[in-house]
Design a protein around this ligand. Structure first.
Ligand SMILES: Cc1cc2nc3c(=O)[nH]c(=O)nc-3n(C[C@H](O)[C@H](O)[C@H](O)COP(=O)(O)O)c2cc1C
Length: 452
């Protein structure tokens, strides 16, 4: 596809408050049970759709402690949630996070295929390997898989998923009342997959949707994670500290995709998560940000949550003003290791204490996307034009703030011609400018036909 490059926008709802937002739920506009309230999600999804967003993005976790963020303590399962949102929305993409570490492929692939049909080709799957190591203990294991196993499973899983989604060629169901022929059996395909991690016969008992397959997103930043994204990802969910970090990541992932996996740069769309605060003026927006930071990110809450990438290791046992305890990194080996290692390296290089290290975490950092609607729009365009990203996954925290993004920032992006004025497609692939994968068996049949 050689269409004009456009910016892509996603909304990531954090209900009663995600990481670092322990008091978001105090906002009177947010129901106390927002994270399990389908009416609240539907309202937010429709607001994002009013803003012509590409997608609504549900992150997930399955292991909690009393110190987990409020949204994580009590939240709906993503596929159930998105299936309920599908008939309440019309165009917006519906992306759900699901792990390849603790799901059986046939079951999960079937559920995403179902969401894709229910939504008319708007489903996306954010492939994760699960950062919270304790999740393993909810699935009969004493500890999480090591990295090679996690990413080995993920790679095989996605390839298997795509093969299962191709079980039926698009014209397999004849449904001819005259002849009484329902199915052309030659167009139903058994898989007989037997790989390193999974054994699945197939076929999947589900046809393809209008977009062929759900869109594959990927989130995970290690070398293996980046290779997974570059080889099979069509959307990449990431974090970028600043424009230079975004550019480096963008170049690395697209470079891997092209050089190692023979793909085109436009075959994958990179969307870092960002925090936006809109005010009438830049000064007012910075005041709102500072007030939010002060309220939402108390040091005590940040310290309790700080251990998450380290397998929820409890850092409250250490002297806050002693040098950062670098040996704690080993607790993160099967958790969010890339993040834990980066935090540890930064702390040791700078000679920080534990207190300084906790304060340096992203919860306390000022966002670049804070200001008047024009300032925010300018910043988004600057990043996008500099190819620090192809778009943004915007954290949906305070609804009033998100409303300002939709009503005040998006129109500027539209006026500047970088964002769509209206939807031009009915599928998520269409919104993201991704091509529809042809069914592999149909391709093979055509090749064979051409060769005869
Ligand atoms: C931006 C980003 C978002 C993620 N979102 C989730 C999530 O919603 N649920 C989850 O279980 N893991 C999530 N992960 C965890 C990854 O799948 C992975 O298990 C973890 O980051 C460790 O792998 P890594 O060292 O390759 O990053 C996320 C990771 C990143 C970088």
């Amino acid at each position: 596809m050689t269409s004009k490059r456009v910016m892509h926008l996603g909304a990531v709802p954090y209900g009663t408050g995600g990481p670092g937002s322990h008091t978001l739920w105090l906002d009177p506009e947010i129901p106390g049970d927002a994270s399990v309230d389908i009416a609240w999600y539907a309202e937010m999804a429709r607001l994002a759709e009013q803003g012509r967003f590409d997608l609504f993005f549900i992150v997930d976790s399955q292991f909690i402690t009393p110190y987990s963020p409020p949204h994580y303590l009590n939240r709906l399962e993503p596929l159930t949630l998105l299936s309920a949102l599908a008939p309440q929305t019309e165009r917006i993409g519906l992306v759900g996070t699901a792990t390849t570490s603790f799901n059986s492929p046939f079951n999960l692939v079937r559920r995403f295929g179902s969401l894709d049909l229910i939504s008319g080709g708007r489903a996306g799957w954010n492939v994760v390997t699960t950062g919270d190591a304790g999740t393993a203990t909810n699935y009969g294991l004493d500890e999480h898989f090591d990295y090679d196993t996690r990413y080995g499973r993920a790679q095989e899983y996605v390839e298997l998923a795509r093969a299962l989604w191709d079980s039926y060629e698009d014209d397999a169901f004849v449904r001819d009342r005259e002849s009484g022929v329902f199915l052309d059996p030659a167009k139903q395909h058994v898989l007989d997959h037997e790989g390193t991690y999974f054994k699945v016969r197939g076929p999947l008992n589900l046809v393809r949707s209008a977009q062929g397959h759900p869109v594959i997103f990927q989130a995970g930043d290690s070398d293996q994670g980046r290779d997974l994204g570059a080889s099979v990802g069509e959307g990449i969910f990431t974090h970028a500290a600043d424009i230079a970090a975004g550019q480096a990541f963008y170049e690395d992932i697209k470079g891997r995709a092209v050089n190692r996996f023979g793909r085109r740069p436009e075959d994958l769309v990179i969307m870092p998560g960002v925090k936006i605060v809109v005010g009438d003026t830049d000064a007012e927006a910075r005041e709102i940000e500072a007030a939010n930071n002060q309220r939402d990110h108390t040091f005590e809450a940040a310290l309790a949550e700080f251990g998450r990438p380290f397998g929820w290791h409890d850092f409250r046992q250490y002297d806050l003003d002693a040098p950062f305890p670098g040996e704690a990194l080993r607790h993160g080996e099967r958790s969010f290791y890339t993040q834990a290692r980066a935090i540890t390296q930064r702390a040791l290089e700078n000679g920080w204490t534990l207190r300084e290290t906790v304060q340096s975490t992203r919860h306390f950092r000022r966002s670049e996307f804070v200001g008047s609607p024009t300032t925010v729009a300018d910043k988004l365009i600057e990043w996008w034009q500099a190819r620090a990203c192809d778009g943004f996954n915007i954290g949906l925290d305070h609804p009033a703030n998100f409303r300002r993004v939709v009503e005040d920032v998006v129109p500027i992006l539209q006026d500047r011609g970088v964002f769509r004025g209206d939807y031009e497609s009915s599928t998520l692939r269409g919104h993201l400018g991704l091509s529809v994968p042809e069914n592999r068996h149909t391709t093979a049949r055509h090749r064979l036909g051409a060769a005869v």
